[in-house]
Design a protein around this ligand. Structure first.
Ligand code: PMP
Length: 388
């Protein structure tokens, strides 16, 4: 079976699973306890933060460990919420873990702007420019679309923010970008960045939020860095209350084994090398499909994600037809319960949306596997068409 739904989740590295076990069964101490063994774990978590910062291209900043991207996105957005006449800006291409938080802000009565996507799947920069103003509190934009692979130009958005909304925080959901495409948050000018371990061969239920400068905090974060931040932007506030772990921003005993397994995955991925490998895999896959009329391809950015439409056939039918040999997705796993697809509908016609499947790669597939998978999909499509 060839698994091509890596945007939904990836298989965990064996080495990461071994780390998980080590920190669950042997070195299981609570990092907040005061004795030596626990302090060692707490130090390992500090090193883990440094590893993530390095990989994000951040010279400094904080890493808040969370239960995954859904929580990181909620913390970034709800934690930025302020009373008063602030406005919030989102792209219309966000994952439900951002989109539904945005909706909840709207229900609370805030001014919330959803900026449409252009035909290339990226945010419409002109439309974004029109809604930004002095009252903007937060701009939240996905880095790589989990539906189409479109890559938003975060540096461009950051410059617009500097010019038009200097008080706004810029949050980026980087779930489909981190460890997949090369970038640096410092160069992009991002304040908050979300990552999720299970999208890069780590365990599920663990992730992090990068916070450029969250303000002075009482617990174990760097001191004296907060004043400027608080003056300029207002800090991030916690949405979970408890024992004050993670600098008070995310109470609850840290998922140490999950974090250590995630770090193993991070340190065993070469983003640039994998990017080049996956580009070759994607091209080989498309080469097989290209001779078949009726197959539409959205290939607009990240080589890890393709959206394909099969004229005359339902995406779901095709997915089920091939699933014993090849696993593909229909849209993001999180939105299969909904009829339609709010993101693809902005780019292609409704009948094409219905006939769409999402193919997403990982760097450890072989060329033969992806070519084979493309043949299986192509043949299944031809067979289904004959029956129509
Ligand atoms: N954002 C994006 C872009 C995603 O693709 C996903 C996973 N489908 C999430 C957020 C949610 O991640 P998690 O499963 O870690 O909550």
């Amino acid at each position: 079976m060839i698994y091509l739904d890596n945007a939904a989740t990836t298989p965990m590295f064996e080495g990461a699973a071994e780390q998980y076990k080590k920190y669950a069964c042997e070195l299981f101490y609570n990092p907040s306890a005061g004795y030596g063994e626990a302090i060692k774990i707490s130090r390992l978590l500090q090193e883990a933060r440094k590893t993530i910062l390095d990989r994000l291209g951040a010279a400094k900043g904080d890493i808040i460990f969370t239960s995954g991207a859904t929580e990181s996105n909620n913390l970034a957005i709800q934690g930025s919420e302020r009373s008063g006449k602030w406005e919030y800006v989102f792209s219309a291409g966000e994952h439900p873990s951002v989109f539904n938080v945005a909706k909840s802000l709207q229900q609370k009565g805030y001014v919330v702007h959803f900026v449409p996507l252009g035909k290339d799947g990226q945010i419409d920069y002109g439309a974004l420019e029109k809604v930004l103003n002095e009252k903007t509190r937060l701009i939240s934009v996905i880095h790589v679309s989990n539906e189409t692979g479109a890559i938003n130009d975060i540096a461009r958005i950051s410059l617009l923010r500097d010019r038009l909304s200097p008080k706004a925080l810029l949050h980026v959901d980087g779930v489909q970008a981190f460890c997949k495409i090369p970038f640096s948050v410092d160069r992009l000018g991002v304040d908050l960045y979300t990552i999720s371990s299970h999208k890069f061969h780590g365990p599920k239920g663990v992730g992090a939020l990068y916070v450029r400068n969250k303000g002075a905090h009482k617990f174990h974060g760097p001191k004296g860095v907060g004043a400027l931040y608080v003056r300029n932007k207002g800090g991030l506030k916690n949405i979970v209350f408890g024992g004050g772990q993670e600098g008070g921003l995310r109470s609850g005993t840290e998922n140490v084994s999950g974090i250590m397994a995630m770090i193993w995955a991070v340190t065993h991925i070469n983003t640039q090398e994998n990017f080049e490998k996956v580009t070759k895999l994607k091209n080989a896959f498309l080469e097989v499909l290209k001779s078949e009329a009726g197959i539409g391809v959205i290939d607009v950015g990240s080589p890890y994600i393709l959206s394909l439409s099969f004229k005359g056939v339902k995406g779901e039918t095709l997915m089920r037809r091939v699933e014993n040999e090849v696993i593909v997705g229909i849209g993001s796993a999180c939105s299969t319960r909904y009829a339609g697809n709010r993101i693809l509908e902005q780019l292609i016609a409704r009948d094409e949306v219905i006939s769409s499947v999402r193919v997403s790669f990982n760097a450890y597939l072989t060329l033969d596997e992806v070519k084979n998978a493309a043949m299986i999909i192509k043949n299944a499509y031809k067979n289904l068409l004959e029956k129509v």
